[in-house]
Each structure stands twice: as structure tokens, then as C-alpha cells.
Design a protein around this ligand. Structure first.
Ligand code: ZN
Length: 159
């Protein structure tokens, strides 16, 4: 995060700005949860895999189609908490059309953001930054990382 956390000049400013951003992020997570992007199945996937998070009961079934080195299509089905399903929706949206190397980089940065590493939540993550607050909730890390772990595994198996 760029702005230093200086509350003495703005007694409510920092807090209200933060809660405004958090409200927007919450809205974005719920939007992806209620209207998931790339939800469905492919007729001829190159890679298909299922991953579960037994801690929360989250399941993701992932299907990918490649065109050479490019992730041409990606779809998922699944069930579970809002964080796990919204992450799958946002990640598939972000990765579609990317090369396997670009996709792997985004997944790596996303995982670092979830683990709360400084500076990881940059613009290249787009909507995925809405999940940055999960870094403060270690018990939800497996929820946020379920789809990204599945995608990383699927990309690795294509190489
Ligand atoms: Zn979950």
C-alpha cells in the first residue's frame, strides 16, 4: 500500500477511506460470487482437474484449453464459500488469453498478496485485489488459494 497510515492529521479520513475501499471490494467479491464469470464446462478440455479445500468444504472443477502456449479457454464449476468461488471467477477472468508464463506470474503475485506480502497487490491483479483483505484472515487463505493452486497445477501439467 502506498499511503502511510497517518491518523493524526485526519482523525477519520484514513479509516473512512479504508472502509470505503473495503466496501467496494466486498461488493466486487459478492458480484463474482453471485454472477461467476467463466462458469461452466468445455467440450474438449486439454486439462481438467478437481481440487478441494476440506477445511471449508470448497470444491473447484477446472477445465482448460490451450492454443500452443496461450490459455485459450478456462471454465470452472464448484461450490463453497464466497471467497473460494469469487476467487475462481476473478482468476479465470484474469488469466484467459494469457501465455502460460504470464499466467504463472499472476498466480504467483496473487498468492503473495493473499499471504500479505508487501507490494504484491499491484494493478496487474485487477479485480483480484478485492481479495487482498483475506491476508488478515489466515483461516481463509485456503479458500482464496484453492482456485489459484488448481490453476497453477493445471498450467504446470500443460508444460
Ligand atoms: Zn472457503
Amino acid at each position: 500500500m502506498s499511503a502511510p497510515d497517518d491518523r493524526k492529521d485526519a482523525p477519520n479520513g484514513t479509516d473512512s477511506r479504508r472502509s470505503h475501499v473495503e466496501a467496494l471490494y466486498q461488493e466486487l467479491i459478492l458480484d463474482h460470487y453471485r454472477r461467476p464469470r467463466n462458469r461452466g464446462t468445455l467440450e474438449h478440455p486439454d486439462v481438467a482437474l478437481r481440487k478441494k479445500n476440506p477445511l471449508c468444504g470448497d470444491v473447484i472443477d477446472l477445465q482448460l484449453q490451450f492454443d500452443g502456449d496461450t490459455l485459450r479457454e478456462v471454465r470452472f464449476t464448484g461450490e463453497g464459500c464466497a471467497i473460494s468461488q469469487a476467487a475462481a471467477s476473478m482468476l479465470t477472468q484474469r488469466l484467459k488469453g494469457k501465455s502460460t508464463a504470464e499466467a504463472a506470474q499472476i498466480l504467483d503475485r496473487f498468492a503473495r498478496m493473499v499471504h500479505g506480502e508487501e507490494g504484491a497487490a499491484d494493478e496487474s491483479l485487477g479485480d483480484l485485489r478485492a481479495l487482498s483483505g483475506v491476508s488478515r484472515l489466515p483461516v481463509r487463505h485456503p479458500c482464496a488459494l484453492l482456485a489459484s493452486d488448481a490453476l497453477a497445477e493445471a498450467l504446470a501439467s500443460h508444460r
